[in-house]
Design a protein around this ligand. Sequence first.
Ligand code: ZZB
Length: 264
Amino acid sequence: QEYTLVKMKLIEPIPPKLSKALPKPNLKQKIYLVAATLRPETMYGQTNCWLRPDLKYIAVISDATTTKEEEVYICTERAARNMFYQGIIKEGHIVELIGNDLLGCKLKVPLAKYEFVYTLPMLTIKDNKGTGVVTSVPSDSPDDFAALRDIKKKAALREKYGIKDEMVLPFEPVPIIEIPGFGDLSAVTVCEQLKIQSQNDADKLKEAKERVYLKGFYEGVMLVGSYKGSKVCDIKKSIQKDLIDSGDVLIYMEPEKQVISRSG
Ligand code: ZZB
């Protein structure tokens, strides 16, 4: 499985636990949360980054022979092991954190309409897939739309995780791809169709993704960016290549999912 690894740059203030662990002070300007995505063409619509509050993350140092400069990447230990085998990072880590330590951080992310976005809690992030860091595109990802709506609706949820209103309330789904039959905010449309109530509506969210996924790939048309007017399937690779060339993303591979049991 090939993912695009999006470098979401941490803007100061850096959480103290992380800041203290940096082996060189100049690394402070080169810390990235790395999100694994299958949809590089949706990066125009990023509104936030999701982290799971109870999940363990580590900070690792990149291998400058691959990434040009030494940088700090934050992801799960499992993802770091894969990245090490691929020559992206050096062995070992500089500090262990949990998602909670990193919530409410300010980020600069590639291609997004919003100048800065923030790290917010999502409770349904899986620890056995990707990097445990998930970039949020509520216009096109039903999971992201449902989770963003949850945290916008519930002040108590924001309070619990120390999230300020201004990190959430100004951020709206951004129209970036038109899908025939679903309009320019396909995730919003499909969540309404299926009457999805929250990020915990797992079965309905699975159905929602199935409804928009293939159609979005083959029939979706870009509404923004350098490939405006083109079909997603024709330009997905080009967007990925442009992002690789600008140093904003890396390619990250995962071994095929281990099949433990088959239920159908
Ligand atoms: C941006 C994006 C935009 C995504 C979209 C999806 C969609 P899959 O197919 O099951 O492999 N993701 C990545 N890691 C995790 C994780 N550990 N736990 C939960 N979600 C995760 O799913 C890959 C997608 O799931 C990734 O691509 C990421 O969200 C999320 F418009 O990145 B995506 C219809 C989906 N649309």
